[in-house]
Design a protein around this ligand. Structure first.
Ligand code: NAD
Length: 462
């Protein structure tokens, strides 16, 4: 049968398509088609990493840090383009935070007792190959931060990222493997699959070579990991309230809260999601939010329209998550001035835009009759996530009472929420805050096992 022009075209297209799929991983380190193959590769590299000196690990980590900085803008743009969420400027800052302040091997410390009966040490050793599930909201930030901490602890890592952020994740994973190779380490210190799915996630969670699973995401994934029968670290959802009492510097509180809320379009799980203020300061606070901090005051009708766009059948409309305030307003037909970066209104704590973790720059303000009422409403709004909360107050008794009542992994006092990540505050950065399982802000030592090494009756020279 003679081959027609169109048949030739069809064959060429078919071959090209196959070549593209086959070529996808070429030149990309740590990317596999099959989850079992990815785990096997991470297991092999783990045998090498386990025997590395701390100096060697640190050398690779320093190259990862350099590469993150060199690629911060590319990663930020890629994350925004692929997920449609957040903004490039803030994502660049987040990548620099990861590069500069994620703890490395210095975080792995030893506890010692010595005395008449000898010397006993607690050493922190690796788990092996860690399985990590990562969110769409901070995709490369989480992958890079997790890898630095896990590698510092002597582990390698298999990622099952959010499918909506796989391209950005693949770029980040390739980057850390290039750093490892450049530093004399093995390939595949971090791996993933080309097409992450629930199935690949299940394979990872059940695999005999994965002793620890670290889940960063919403309630569904944390529950799944904690039901896996393996040790799990669960970094789950939050809905952080910012409480403002009558002793606060109200003008500064307005600025800090709006800055924290609008950072990366409210994507960070620690970001202010609503305000609870005592009645005597509500009007002043909203005045400063609107006149000095670019907030748009939404009418009742506009709030209702926002509810119907942002929440559909009680679920978050993903097309609104991580969008800026002007885009959200344009979705309800409001052409807001160019400076607007946040939407505000006063409402009860049960208001759907207040009680739901929206991850959008919408800051509802709840009026409380006094401080005790404010604490009660804020605790209710945090929904028992035990994740993050913030307070603006000069009264230490108030701060202490709130801290005990809300019992969260993070409590920022008199600053924007991102101070908790070491941006405008002391301390290190992490993008995995283990709220559900209690480890808090994870770092290299979170990803290690404690081992007791005992020398009986010797080595004490006191
Ligand atoms: P998401 O829960 O939709 O997805 C997170 C990850 O879990 C993705 O990789 C997804 O594919 C996977 N996943 C979801 N359900 C699963 C299940 N049942 N079994 C296995 N895997 C599952 O979250 P998202 O929208 O990407 O991220 C936003 C959420 O994550 C928010 O709730 C936010 O507060 C939370 N978050 C928490 C932290 C933290 O450190 N605590 C950090 C970032 C984000």
């Amino acid at each position: 049968m003679p081959i027609s022009e169109s048949m030739v075209q069809e064959i060429v297209q078919e071959v090209m398509a196959k070549m593209q799929i086959a070529e996808a991983p070429a030149g990309k380190h740590g990317i596999f088609k099959d989850m079992n193959d990815a785990i096997e590769a991470a297991k092999k590299s783990e045998q090498i990493v386990r025997c590395m000196s701390m100096d060697q690990r640190e050398k690779i980590i320093s190259i990862i840090r350099r590469k993150i900085k060199e690629n911060a803008e590319v990663l930020a743009r890629m994350g925004v383009e692929e997920t449609g969420m957040g903004n490039v400027g803030d994502k660049i800052i987040k990548h620099h935070l990861v590069a500069d302040t994620t703890p490395g091997t210095e975080d792995i410390t030893t506890t010692a007792w010595s005395g008449d009966r000898g010397l006993t040490l607690i050493e922190m050793g690796p788990f092996g190959v860690i399985g990590a599930i990562t969110p769409s909201t901070n995709p490369s930030e989480t992958v890079l931060c997790n890898t630095i901490g896990m590698l510092a602890g002597g582990n390698t890592v298999v990622f099952n990222p959010h499918p909506a952020a796989k391209k950005t994740t693949i770029y980040a994973i390739n980057l850390v493997n290039e750093a490892s190779l450049e530093g004399g380490g093995p390939d595949n210190v971090a791996v993933t699959v080309e097409d992450p799915t629930m199935e690949s996630s299940n394979i990872m969670m059940k695999h005999k070579d994965i002793p620890l699973i670290v889940a960063t995401g919403g309630p569904g994934v944390v529950t799944a990991v904690l039901s896996s029968g393996k040790r799990g670290i669960g970094a789950g959802a939050g809905n952080p309230p910012a409480l403002v009492d009558e002793t606060a510097d109200v003008r500064k509180a307005a600025q800090d809260i709006v800055n924290g809320c609008t950072f990366d379009n409210n994507l960070p799980c620690i970001a202010e999601k609503e305000i609870v203020a005592v009645s005597s300061v509500v009007d002043e606070l909203m005045h400063y939010m609107i006149t000095e901090n670019d907030c748009y005051l939404a009418s009742k009708e506009e709030q209702d329209k926002l509810v119907s766009v942002v929440l559909q059948n009680g679920r978050l409309n993903r097309k609104c998550v991580g969008r800026d305030a002007r885009t959200l307003l344009s979705m309800i037909g409001v052409d807001a001035p160019a400076n607007i970066r946040c939407i505000t209104f006063e409402g009860p704590k049960e208001h759907p835009l207040i009680t739901t973790e929206l991850m959008m720059p919408i800051l509802g303000v709840v009026r409380a009759k006094d401080f005790d009422d404010a604490v009660e409403q804020a605790v209710w709004l945090e929904h028992g996530n035990r994740h993050s909360a913030h307070i603006h107050s000069k009264n230490v008794d108030h701060i202490t009472k709130y801290a005990k009542a809300i019992d969260t992994a993070i409590l920022v006092k008199n600053g924007p929420s991102y101070a908790a990540l070491g941006f405008g505050g002391e301390g290190y950065a992490t993008f995995t805050i283990a709220s559900r399982t209690g480890e808090g802000l994870t770092s290299a030592q979170t990803f290690t096992k404690r081992r007791r090494c005992v020398m009986s009756d010797s080595l004490c020279i006191r």
